[in-house]
Design a protein around this ligand. Structure first.
Ligand code: FAD
Length: 417
């Protein structure tokens, strides 16, 4: 089995942002790559997100530790968080570890490892955007946090100043007047805003993945439909059943986003994974924001996109496959309508997706501890759309045995045993 730079064969399971970028980085280095998904590329989580390439997101979201927030969550008072009571017993273990990892000292250490990936997000996307001819989907003028409460704004501005000093993240603080001038469609006065100047926004996230998958094909990679659950060892490598028959390869990469756990468990890996589900719906007919807006006190995002203004909700703690309970969607729409005129829903039902989360807020990138030729690239939580290209590069480095783009140790699968 090769871990050198001699050309090898690789099956990449999962054609979301993470799997597609992994496949591209392998194909760019001359390896023979087959990207396998049960659907077309970019039709699941990577389709329905808020489309922000989040250069500012140098710290992952910690578990809330203040009583006021915990009570609001417990009583399901906000639009930002919902949960299914029935899901809580299974979630208790990973959530307890998530809470433990969210202590200020541990979170600070984790954030350092997180930022080392985030700092590469723009340059890594840019290279693929240019090769994929996807410039028309991307805006490079940042996005805004807006604040109803002066106290929330004060805390966020302090964080923004910290991120500027520690990670070079650029921002501009907008007072109430400046925000009203920047977003003329705003219906009411707010305390103010932060304009993050570095992030990019994508007007159709699923289409960006589709363009990246087309790039992969131009590079000689294959994109096929198949079920990752059919993965078996075959000789010294791996095989999976696809619509065009069995495909064998020396290496296999699990990049199944929120479905990764379903493949891992039969292989004997019990990782502290969980999902934070999220909904979106598009609205037309009124006047939305110029730039994507995060309503920091409401806990929702309002993103101008190709199909209309996409409103995305916060987190829903539920089983991955449990029926949709989109109670946050009307709450989010009511809050968004206080800010902008967004009268007509586009889809009859909201879209539902699931952020693939780990208990230590870091993705899982590296070699499977107990299976030769098996590799993991999943668990990117709130920022998988942002991190797909750099994670793909890092895993390609590891498969080749090349010098890694960043120190891979914090993301190593072994940390979970
Ligand atoms: C509401 C919401 C807003 C978000 N906003 C942002 C944002 O603004 N910026 C950001 O960076 N991130 C955002 N995220 C997070 C981001 O969308 C995810 O982290 C990212 O899409 C995960 O990508 P992935 O490739 O790991 O998973 P996915 O995109 O889900 O890809 C996994 C693939 O595996 C395939 N698959 C699953 N099971 C099988 C099987 N058995 N056989 C074959 N194929 C299979 C699926 O079809 C899918 O295509 C948001 C998420 C949500 C839900």
């Amino acid at each position: 089995m090769s871990t050198s730079r001699t050309p090898t064969t690789v099956l990449v399971l999962g054609a979301g942002m993470v799997g597609t970028c992994t496949a591209i980085h392998l194909a760019l280095r001359g390896h023979t790559v087959t990207l396998v998904d049960r659907r077309e590329p970019g039709r699941e989580t990577s389709y329905g997100n808020a489309g922000i390439i989040q250069r500012e997101a140098v710290e992952p979201y910690p578990f809330p530790r203040d009583l006021a927030t915990l009570l609001r969550v417990a009583f399901k008072r906000g639009a930002d968080v919902n949960y299914h009571l029935r899901a809580l017993p299974a979630l208790a273990g990973p959530l307890a570890r998530y809470w433990w990892n969210s202590s200020p000292a541990r979170h600070a250490r984790i954030a350092q490892a997180y930022a080392r990936l985030i700092v590469h997000c723009l340059t890594e996307h840019e290279a693929l955007i240019q090769q994929a001819g996807a410039d028309d989907l991307v805006r490079r003028d940042g996005y805004r946090f807006v604040f109803r409460e002066a106290s929330t704004m004060r805390e966020a501005v302090a964080d923004a100043r910290r991120f500027a000093e520690s990670h070079g993240v650029r921002h501009a603080v907008l007072d109430s007047d400046a925000l009203a001038a920047a977003e003329p469609a705003l219906r009411r006065r707010l305390a103010g805003g932060i304009h993050w100047l570095d992030p990019w926004s994508v007007s159709d996230p699923g289409e960006l993945v589709a363009r990246y998958a087309a790039l992969l094909q131009r590079l000689g990679g294959r994109v096929v439909q198949g079920d990752a659950a059919s993965l078996r060892t075959a000789g010294a490598g791996w095989a999976v059943g696809t619509g065009t028959g069995k495909v064998e390869a020396e290496h296999a990469v699990v990049a199944l986003g929120p479905w990764s756990d379903a493949l891992l468990r039969p292989l004997g890996y019990r990782y502290p994974l969980f999902v934070k589900r999220g909904y979106h719906r598009h609205y037309t007919g009124g006047a939305g924001p110029r730039l994507t807006v995060l309503d920091a006190d409401g806990g929702l995002v309002i993103a101008p996109m190709q199909r209309g203004v996409r409103i995305t909700t916060g987190a829903e703690f539920a089983r991955l496959g449990a029926p949709p309970t989109p109670v946050q969607v009307p709450r989010a729409h009511a809050l968004a309508s206080e800010l902008f005129d967004l009268p007509r829903p586009v889809e009859p039902e909201p879209w539902l997706g699931a952020r693939p989360c780990t208990a230590d807020m870091l993705p899982v990138i590296g070699a499977a501890p107990r299976h030769r030729g098996l590799w993991f690239n999943f668990g990117h939580a709130h920022q998988g759309f942002t991190l797909g290209p750099v994670s793909g590069r890092l895993l390609a480095d590891l498969i080749e045995g090349a010098a890694p783009v960043v120190d891979p140790a914090p993301y190593a699968p072994q940390r979970f045993g």
